[in-house]
Design a binder for this molecule. Sequence first.
Ligand code: GLN
Length: 480
Amino acid sequence: MTDIESLPSFTISSIREGLTSKAFTATELAKAALAFAEKENAATNAYLTFSPERALKAAAKLDAQIAKGEYAGAMAGVPVAIKDVIITKDLRTTCGSKILAQYIPPYDATAVFRLEAEGAVIIGKTNCDEFAMGSSNENSAFGPVHNPKALDRVPGGSSGGSAAAVSQGTAVAALGSDTGGSIRQPASFCGVVGVTPTYGRVSRYGLVAFASSLDHIGPLARNVEDAATVLQTIAGRDDFDSTSAFAPVDDYRALMKHPVNGLKLGLAKEYFEGLGAETGDVVRAAIKQLQSLGCELREISLPHTKYALSCYYIIATAEASSNLARYDGVRYTTRNDGETLSEMYRNTRGCGFGAEVKRRIMLGTYVLSAGYYEAYYRKAQQVRALITRDFSNAFEEVDAIVAPVSPIPAFKIGEKIDDPLAMYLSDVYTLTGDLSGVPCMSVPCGESDGLPIGLQIFTKHFDEATMFRIAYNFEQSRAN
Ligand code: GLN
């Protein structure tokens, strides 16, 4: 497994082994990963920008450290891809938008900085829905991403490029962002592990804001252990993000290896309504498997789930309308001039933003306007508190909640793009995680007609350790 030819099946630990046994150098691995990623990109369009200089520089530094026998870091040599809404110093960051097509950030996001400090090799920036608004990656200004498991299908979104990169094996791990499901849903569609940590667990410094109270950075990886390693590397308090938490970061990799027998798992009936048969059968079989590992199943209810979609699209669009006001042709963006200031704004924003982004800015401006604020925005915040309370009540009875990630597997490119409401529905099971801020993840649990399906696991705030433990034990039991 440490032959460089096996790159598509490498994990963080097989890379460590390969570097230690000198089966390959970090430079050889970085070159191989870049060449492979560039070749595959013709079929999937997963990457928007490659970063050969940065990758080779990092790899050369690692090789020198390894030659001297120094510790090279928990992520040493690991080819990593970064969603293009997470900024990277001197490396183009577009947010999948024409308005930032030429934007070169002056600093690194904290998560990126921490990965590189532990030896990760960043090979490129991945395609995504414009400003992370979407569920299929079709809202990118740079063309859709094709799901590596079925090229005529979407990879999910908005972190579709990151999920595709890990799924095709061009990156061993990737960073994504999740505001309403954008890590877990593409992870599920592409057959990889995707983690949305507790809100505040990972610094948002350098994550381009979509809806600040809902935005999370999290890992996508080929297996649970790698996802845990990446989260461990990027988690923890950061003074640059006042919402990042002081809570200590657990040793996920050690804790996840504890057995799961005796853990109580909640099955919320609201998550099995409207579930397609293909997905339902696979998810139910996965839950049975957890039962056979000694987990106890309990029927529970999260009664306010039915309001999540409306609540999310009010809060997320309200925050987006405010966050996106900064792209005004004066600060970050390419400017399209006009006779007057407002004409310049109109020309810049009118040409720079795509249809979905404009739709959301209009909706968000509306729900925040005088007279509607109380009726919509305030009300949605109250409902959000009830959704969060549903989770705290449930976690008095159970250790974790298991559910599907998405009602259906990956759909065909073009199938839903003209029907925004149908598209929004693909997030019904993931939105509550972001609204309540609890940690949640998708772990591959089977296939239907060759299309991957994920199992979703939710735990209490800051209890990522139990979430990884369930996912790890489940993954191991599938492998055996
Ligand atoms: N699909 C949802 C949306 O379009 C979630 C996006 C996200 O999590 N970034 O808003």
